[in-house]
Design a protein around this ligand. Structure first.
Ligand SMILES: Cc1cc2nc3c(=O)[nH]c(=O)nc-3n(C[C@H](O)[C@H](O)[C@H](O)COP(=O)(O)O)c2cc1C
Length: 174
């Protein structure tokens, strides 16, 4: 697939084949796509926690409990993308912390790489941060930024609902 094909094919998958395991080498190759993502000042302020059925069952439970929606349990694997605010670049002029920017790029690389591998994915940010931090032993200086379920989809991509180009482009000045 071309880049445009992959970007179009990616969607927020909310129904996975629980019985079709995602091999660890595939999960690792997806993380390689995050590894090569750009980051401010190349600080790479990220760590990715990978959870599959070979991990202790409590890890999977931690994810499901921290984002308790019926569909989440259908995913055979999860990636918890974590950011380190102390490692990330802060813009000297105003101190703006770029952790979220860096993590967002890496996370989208993950989602696009998953699509390229025939896998579904979904950004999840509306989770219970305290719960997942505690249950996955995430150190206090590290922030879980997103949970990404990964698995073979059994739903279909819905039609894209997006603003028109005219609404989002301004040539010259705002
Ligand atoms: C930063 C971010 C946070 C999101 N958080 C959630 C979430 O907590 N739960 C969820 O079901 N979807 C979440 N989504 C998915 C969005 O709802 C979805 O990307 C959007 O509706 C567009 O649909 P699409 O991804 O299928 O193209 C999130 C997406 C982004 C980029």
């Amino acid at each position: 697939m071309s880049f445009v094909d992959i970007a179009n094919a990616r969607y927020s998958c909310r129904n996975y084949d629980r019985n079709r395991i995602v091999e660890r080498n595939i999960l690792t190759s997806i993380i390689q796509s995050a590894q090569i993502a750009p980051s401010a000042c190349n600080r790479q302020p990220w760590t990715f926690i990978l959870i599959d059925d070979l991990c202790d069952a409590s890890c999977r439970e931690a994810v499901i409990e921290s984002y308790n929606r019926p569909w989440v349990g259908s995913a055979p694997a999860f990636i918890v993308a974590c950011g380190d605010h102390n490692q990330a670049w802060h813009r000297p002029a105003d101190g703006k912390d770029h952790t979220d920017v860096d993590l967002s790029i890496a996370i989208e690389h993950i989602c696009l790489a998953a699509t390229d591998a025939g896998l579904g994915s979904c950004w999840i940010c509306n989770f219970d941060k305290e719960k997942i931090t505690k249950k996955l032993n995430i150190p206090s200086n590290i922030e879980p930024i997103a949970i990404i379920p990964i698995g073979y989809p059994i739903d279909n991509a819905p039609a894209k609902n997006r603003k028109e180009l005219e609404q989002i482009i301004k040539w010259g000045k705002f």
